[in-house]
Structures are given as structure tokens and as C-alpha cells.
Write a protein that binds this ligand. Structure first.
Ligand code: PGA
Length: 251
């Protein structure tokens, strides 16, 4: 039985003090999530990772990205080793904003994924089609490429620490929701593809999240889909009130 997971992606939001207030207020939420058997986490900016972790050690704290090299002349970058050094063991990889604004490719995602997994991280690999690809009926092909290239060389053992977030790019931050049926169709396709990349039983165990304009009012409809195990939420994860409202809907 796959556990449900609610993960907030804060993107470039919240100052240190705001992150701390959120994390302190989230202590009650992590207790509630435990009772509901739901995994709960947030991905703050690099600068707030430690603050959030210290303020609520029960909350999963994920990085939003990382570099695939351990150290060296990569101005502005942060390595997985550096994240591990401050006690972080989760990271997002391949978020569509990294792909579209910062030149992330399936190949660079693959390097990062392999590096993170080798250090024991749990990786939330983000995939999804653009509006143009959606309109041209390319969604499944795009996702197949993202999964095949992004996950090449991942070992059977490492597969247990992969989570997939399906986020149609046209739905992120736009208020344009994918229908729950579309989400289910693609998440089921993702699971079938994972089975060909590992094994059916491993694919059955992978948590697949939906993301893109998820709100307290629509999260339940996604969660009711058999291949959707949770949500990756941007805007609606920025206040603890909204985050709590999302969690309440996950029951
Ligand atoms: P959104 O962002 O919920 O604000 O659409 C989702 C994401 O980018 O992970």
C-alpha cells in the first residue's frame, strides 16, 4: 500500500523569519499527518532548509535542486554533499521552472538523480508536458523520454527512493487545472513506463504525485485517482492555513 504524500514547493518565496513561523506552526500538522498516515514535507529555498528542519524535525525538508558534482568551480551552485552535510536527504529534480528558465535537460537531470541516489537521497523527479506538446498530443512521448533518459542507470535498490511528480507545465501557477481523468491517464502511463524501466512490483510501490494549480478545493479529486498518491503544491503551500486545508482533504 503506497503512502500518500503532500509536498509543498516554496520556489523563491518566504524569508527566513517567515519560513520559521511556518515550520513552527506546522508541528501540529505533522502530528495530524502522522495520525492520517500521510507523509508531509516542504521544499524551501536553500537558505531556509536548516531553519525549517530545526523548527520542525518531523517535517520532510527537501531541496529544490542540487548540482551533480561534489565540489569545484561551479559558481552559485550547491552540491548534494553540501545538502547532506546539513542533514538534508530529499531533493526535487527537473522541476519545469529549472527546465525552462535554467536549461535543465533530461540528461542533466539524470546526472543529478544518480548522484543524489548514490548519497542515499530520496528524489522527487518532476516530469510534464508543455502547452504546445499537450495540444499536439505529444504528452506521453515527452514523458516517456523524460523518464527513460532521466532514470537511466538507476539501480533496483535506488528505485525505491524515486518519487515521480507529474506536473503539466501549462497547469503550473496558471489556475488551469488538468482534469483528474487526464492526471490519472498520465500517472498510470508513468507507472507502466516505470515497470519497463525496473519491474512491475517496484513500479507498483513508487509514489506518483500530481502537481499544477492544486488547491484545497481540488486536491481530493486528484487523490481519488488510483495512480495518484499525493500532490506537489506551489502557491497553495505558502501559508500554513492553506497547507493544513490541503492536508485535511487528503483523508
Ligand atoms: P502551483 O505550482 O501549485 O503553484 O501551480 C506547482 C509546482 O510548480 O510544483
Amino acid at each position: 500500500m503506497r503512502k500518500k504524500l503532500l509536498l509543498g514547493n516554496w520556489k523563491m518565496n518566504l524569508l527566513q523569519a517567515e519560513a520559521k513561523v511556518f515550520a513552527e506552526a506546522s508541528r501540529a500538522l505533522t502530528q495530524k499527518a502522522k495520525a492520517m498516515n500521510v507523509m508531509l514535507g516542504v521544499a524551501p529555498t536553500y537558505l531556509s532548509l536548516q531553519t525549517v528542519k530545526n523548527a520542525n524535525p518531523e517535517l520532510i525538508v527537501s531541496s529544490q535542486d542540487m548540482h551533480f558534482e561534489a565540489k569545484g568551480a561551479f559558481t552559485g551552485e550547491i552540491s548534494a554533499e553540501m545538502l547532506a552535510d546539513i542533514g538534508i536527504s530529499w531533493t526535487l529534480i527537473g522541476h519545469s521552472e529549472r527546465r525552462s528558465y535554467f536549461g535543465e535537460t533530461n540528461l542533466s537531470c539524470n546526472k543529478k538523480i544518480k548522484k543524489a541516489l548514490s548519497l542515499g537521497f530520496t528524489v522527487v523527479y518532476c516530469v510534464g508536458e508543455t502547452a504546445k506538446e499537450y495540444e499536439e498530443n505529444q504528452t506521453k512521448q515527452v514523458i516517456l523520454d523524460q523518464l527513460t533518459v532521466g532514470l537511466q542507470g538507476v539501480t533496483e535498490e535506488e528505485f525505491q527512493r524515486i518519487i515521480i511528480a507529474y506536473e503539466p507545465v501549462w497547469s503550473i501557477g496558471t489556475g488551469l487545472n488538468a482534469s483528474p481523468e487526464h492526471a490519472q491517464d498520465i500517472c498510470s502511463f508513468i507507472r507502466k513506463t516505470l515497470a519497463t524501466l525496473s519491474s512491475k512490483s517496484r513500479a507498483e510501490a513508487v509514489q506518483i504525485l500530481y502537481g499544477g494549480s492544486v488547491k484545497p478545493a481540488n486536491v481530493k479529486a486528484y487523490l481519488l485517482q488510483s495512480d495518484v498518491d499525493g500532490a506537489l503544491v506551489g502557491g497553495a503551500s505558502l501559508t500554513v492555513e492553506s497547507f493544513e486545508a490541503l492536508l485535511t482533504q487528503m483523508a
